[in-house]
Structures are given as C-alpha cells and as structure tokens.
Design a protein around this ligand. Sequence first.
Ligand code: ME8
Length: 512
Amino acid sequence: MDRIYITTPLYYVNAEPHLGSAYTMIITDTLARYYKANGWEAFYLTGTDEHGDKIAQAAAQAGVDPKPFTDQMSATFQAAWDSCGFSYDHFIRTTDAYHVRYVQELLTKVYKAGDIYFDRYGGLYCFGCERFYTEKELVDGKCPDHRTVPELIEEENYFFRMSKYQDRLLRHLEEHPDFIRPEGFKNEVVAMLRERIGDLCISRPKSRLTWGIEIPFDQRYVTYVWFDALINYVSALKHRGEEFFEKFWPQAEHFIGKDILKPHGIFWPTMLMAAGLPLYKHLNVHGFWTSEGQKMSKSLGNTVSPLEMKERIGMDAFRYFVLRESVFGQDADFREDALVARYNADLANNLGNLVSRVLAMQNRYFSGAVQPLSGDWRKEDQALKDKFAQAETELHRHMVELQFHRALESVWAAIDHANRYIVQTAPFTLFKDPAQRTRVGEVLHHLLEAIRQISRLLAPFMPDTAKELRRLLELKEGDGDYRALWGECFSPGHKIDGPTVLFPRIELPSEA
Ligand code: ME8
C-alpha cells in the first residue's frame, strides 16, 4: 500500500496562530486529504514546541509558570486548528512524557556512541534565536533576525559532533537531488555544507535556563530546544509502536517555512545519522507571506488571523485564496484587493453561479428529479466529460510537484468549461420547445455530473464546499458513488436539493 507521513513544524507557543503557521497547515491538510482520498495510508502530524528560553520568557511575562502557560497556549493552538477543520492525525507537545523519554533515550545513545562531548565554549549568543552566532553570520554585529547585539557568553556545555557527518550529508544531497525542495533551498544547504559547519551546542546550564528536557547524563543541564523539538518527528511515530515507525518513517515528508531551513536541513539529518536512523524522504520548504507588501508584525497591526478570516469569508475561501495566490517555495503577498477579486471572480461567479444555475434549472424544469441519459452523446457532452478527465490528470501531476496553484487552475479550467457548456447548449431556451425536454434533461444530467466531479476534485482543497455540493446533490457520505463513472451515479428520479448561494459576493464600499 502507498504510504505518506506528513509533518508540520511544531509551533512555538509564544504567539497566537497566524497566516504563516496557518499556511503550512493548509498545505499539509490539503495533501493529507488528497492522499487519503486516493486510498493512501497517511499519517499527518502537527503540534507545539514548548521548551526553551523564548517560552520561559513569554511565561514569565504572562506571570505564569511555564507548565500551565504552555498547557493553555498549546490548547489554544489545538482549538484554533480544530476550528479551522485541519485533519491532523496526531497532535504532539514537546512536553508530552513519551517525547521527553524518547529525547533522553536518543541523547543517551548518541552520548554513549561518542558523538556528544563536554567542552568549554565562549561565543556570541542571541537569546531570541536561542543559539550561538559566528561573527560571519552577524549583520553589522547584530543578529540578522532580531537586530539585537548578541551577548558574549562563556560556559561549559555539551556538544554534538555535527561536523563528523558533514561530508556524508553533502554526499546524500548530491545523490538525492530532490531531498530538499524546491531546488533553491537545496542549493542553500549545499552552500552551507561547503563551509565548515562546526559542532552544535546542545545543552543549556540550569543556572541559566531550567525549562527544558534534562540531559539524562548530567542533571545540571537541560537540552537545547532544537535538539529536543526536531526529534518529535520520530518520537510521535515511536509512540505508536516500532512497527508504526518502520512503516511511516521512510515516507516522511517534512513541511517547513524557509526561516527554519538550517535546523531541518543540517541539524536534523546529522542527528539522524548519529542516532543510526534513516533520513527523512523530503524536506519541503515554503516561502514567507507578507501583508500588503510588509512583514507581518503585531506592532504594525497587519497580521492575518486564520480564525478571523474564517469568520469573515469562510475557511474554504481562505484556503482557496492562499493556495491559489502563492507558488510553493516562493514568497507571497496577502493583499485585500487580490482576496476580494479572487473571491468574487472565482468563487462567487465561476463556481457559485454554475452551481446555483444548474440546481435552479433542475428544480424549475424537473422538480429536482434527475433525468435519464440516452446512449447518444453529443460532441459537447463528450467534450465536457473529457475536460474533467483532463483536469483530474493535471491535478494529480501538480499535486506530486506541490504546485497547488496549478492544480486549482486545472479545476477552474473545467469549471469555466462547464459554464461555457451552459451557454453552448442553452437549456433555458431549449426548454421552451416541448420536443426538446428530453435533451434538456440530458444537458442538466451532464451538468450535475460536472458538479459531482467538482466536489470530488475540490475535496482536498475546500472540504466544506465539497461536502455542501454533495449534500446539494443528495449524495450520502460513503455511498460508493465517489468513484462512479460519469453518467452512472444518478439513477433517474434521484432528487437533488434546491439552489443556494455558496459564496455571497463581497461588495466593496465603493460598489455598495
Ligand atoms: O520555528 N509566512 O516555530 P514558529 C510563512 N518552533 N510562514 C511563516 C511566517 C510567514 N510570515 N511566519 C512564520 C518554529 N512562518 C519552531 C519549529 S519544528 C521542530 C520547530 C512559519 O512558531 C515558520 O517558517 O516560529 C515556521 O515554518 C512556522 O511558521 C512555525 O514557526
């Protein structure tokens, strides 16, 4: 059986869910639904990243102990994702006991194998990033992300012999050119690997930070948050048993934003090598969203909240917009005018009108009862069916390439075609001639088929809309009709529901 293991980053619990995290969720949820619908065995993992300085500081600011703070924030994330309808199979928290145990087990194993050593180290430390920087990485002496001057810290710590695996990782990337994709990000990692990567400091003294997983062989230390968090991808599978791990791990598809390329592209595979585990299959890297051309930030007040978008235009319309408007791997801009334009043109007009017109005619002309198809198909009937078959073939190809915008384009080309088919066949004119009633019934039957196909094709992208279309067509869940051939789903007399407005137009103030 085909299998896929889909993961998201674990979200830091120091901020509310925003467009950046929602985007990774929308992509991965779409893929998980797509593969499950196609009969694959899929496991879809998300969760929260809860240890480290950043979280300890956020808890302190909130005046709460880290544990209750993370409990509450993690629950906020989970509730937000549930309200968005994301279909994850497991939600992991890095404070979960099984995860903590596994991290300690792995640390012990790597330590015993000699790949973790104790050393004195002085370096420039950025508290925001929770890591040491080399002079070369700084911009004007400041952390490039936080624009703050890192502090000089000297202390004794444990180090992971990351450099030992540098050449092996470079070879792996050469032998598996799509290990990290799109290619530009692979090239970035290859460039990093052509320089000295050094070893990785993986502990923090408790004198400085206590909120972390204790180093199992030295109680004076906790584990560096990245060394802890990355391991979730394995601990979540192991939690379900060794067999489960063996089954899914070789099919691991990680999805991340480009800012966390280094930990996933370098720390993680070298950690896996040291632990004697196989590497993940692919690291899939997406770009960053800006809002009206600017970096999203709370102080600018331009963050996009998935829950607010759901409230305003509905989750499916929000999903449609971010998937249709962005190219996987590239940066994208969230613009209000683009959102309204796409919503009105693609959803309210193309899709919404098609559905309401067809259902309205079916009800007006035949009281909702589906009419039989004769064996005698006209050229335009065949062309309509072919267009949907073409959309499906293209969609499969684009999904494998993670080209979500293209996949949606293909579906919309078929939707456009269905609208043109109405103009071409003009059932509203034909109906005036009683001798043409049988043909009108056939035309509408083909159009109902088109809507059924739209519901199938859109299900991974717009699950609620797909469900609503099936409800309007009076198709029950698990009816066995999902894969039925064109023309073989609706038996004559099958009654469909009345027309409805799927996507009410958004009127701009100037239009009102
Ligand atoms: O990095 N556009 O968590 P996080 C697109 N805990 N993606 C964005 C974005 C934006 N404007 N802003 C953030 C972490 N992201 C770690 C991960 S995994 C073991 C540990 C993305 O909550 C960002 O790239 O800061 C990352 O993929 C995700 O949101 C979570 O970021």
